[in-house]
Design a protein around this ligand. Structure first.
Ligand code: NDP
Ligand code: 13P
Length: 334
């Protein structure tokens, strides 16, 4: 048994949604003893009795060893590693609630992809305020929950300002079909994951409005320039944003209807109602991303257009018209 295996045996996964459940399954396949927290006792009970999470991850049979708990204290008992997998906007409250039961010194890996709407903080920044003495990391990259839960090969990045901790956690969370890389660029990994969701809404809207494959490629490419510029302004490194949690996740999310952000955009692009659609983190992140870009003096026309679309201020046609009418200029990539 490797050091990482012995050190990080008991994993608590906070969040019984699609991604929490998928990561719990993967950690189980990686040899961990996993406890999953789902705040709804009905869901926790269903997972334990029927070995399925019909609400969030239908069609996946969960391993019998995977136990769900509706009590945070029970889920966190004896944990040597914690994954926080609730939506970005809920993370502060959940970590505050968990703080009393969190064993001292146990690292928390933040798995949400977003920026806190009220504060403009990355998830690790808000977590550092809530859990000032807890070692923090983030996990992000191109990874659909359904793929990971089915054991399809997937690669992600685990980031922590402490490079040794990032490597330790990457080893602990890797599983036969789940390859984790490590980096010390926490801000870069988080910014990449958060911003790709906003751009996926834009690309989805273009697809929904039948603007064609050429428009889609242009939006992904120019959208990536915005992601990289803003990601660097938020403290990330440009090379990190070229990696799995940046370009890699942008490619995935902008090319598949499996993505909830893409689907949200496509629905808007078709002029359909968005009420009742699944969680699309880019909806909450879009306006604060545009605001942060403004504060840093960075031009983000595609993110700004996405904000206008989400606010119902402009149609896809009008936004494309204004993007196309921007002044002709050299193709800057930096
Ligand atoms: N799904 C995916 O493929 C991937 C998702 N992610 C990221 O993971 C994060 C979670 O996404 P995902 O699991 O898919 O989302 P889901 O919508 O599938 O599940 C969200 C989960 O969070 C819980 N939750 C929501 N609000 C709160 C709250 N205020 N307090 C406590 N629990 C809450 C929900 O509980 P309840 O049912 O009780 O409301 C539910 O268990 C997002 O940031 C997403 O971007 C990252 C990579 C892949
Ligand atoms: O983050 C994801 C894939 O890496 C999941 O994307 P959606 O949240 O758009 O479904």
């Amino acid at each position: 048994m490797s050091l990482a295996e012995t050190k990080r045996k008991r994993v608590a996964v906070l969040g019984g949604g699609a991604w929490g459940t998928a990561l719990a399954v993967s950690a189980h396949h990686g040899g961990r003893d996993v406890r999953l927290w789902a705040r709804d006792p009905v869901l926790a009970d269903e997972i334990n009795r029927h070995r399925t999470n019909r609400r969030y991850l239908a069609d996946v049979v969960l391993p019998p060893e995977l136990k769900a708990f509706a009590s945070l204290g029970d889920a966190l008992k004896d944990a040597s590693l914690v994954l926080s997998v609730v939506p970005a906007q809920a993370t502060r409250a959940v970590l505050a609630e968990a703080s009393g039961d969190l064993p001292a010194g146990v690292p928390v890996v933040l798995c949400a992809k977003g920026i806190e709407r009220e504060t403009g903080k990355l998830v690790s920044e808000l977590a550092a305020e809530t859990l000032p003495n807890t070692p923090l990391a983030a996990l992000s990259g191109p990874s659909f929950a359904a793929d990971v839960a089915r054991g399809l090969p997937t690669a992600v990045t685990v980031a922590s300002a402490d490079a040794d901790l990032a490597q330790d956690l990457a080893e602990a969370l890797s599983a036969p079909a789940f390859r984790c890389y490590s980096t010390d660029d926490l801000a870069g990994v988080e910014a990449g994951g958060a911003l790709k969701n906003v751009l996926a809404i834009a690309v989805g809207a273009a697809a929904g409005a039948d603007l064609g494959a050429s428009a889609r490629a242009a939006l992904v490419t120019r959208g990536f320039v915005e992601l990289r510029r803003l990601g660097v302004a938020l403290g990330g490194r440009a090379d990190t944003l070229m990696g799995l949690s940046g370009l890699g996740d942008l490619i995935l999310t902008c090319s598949s209807e499996q993505s909830r952000n893409f689907t949200y955009g496509a629905t808007l692009g078709r002029g359909g109602p968005t009420i009742g659609l699944k969680l699309a983190e880019g909806v909450a992140t879009a306006s604060i991303a545009a605001e942060l870009a403004k504060r840093h003096g960075i031009e983000t026309p595609i993110i700004d257009a996405t904000v206008a679309l989400l606010a119902g201020e402009s149609s896809v046609g009008e936004l494309v018209g204004s993007l196309m009418a921007r002044p002709v200029k050299p193709e800057d990539h930096i």
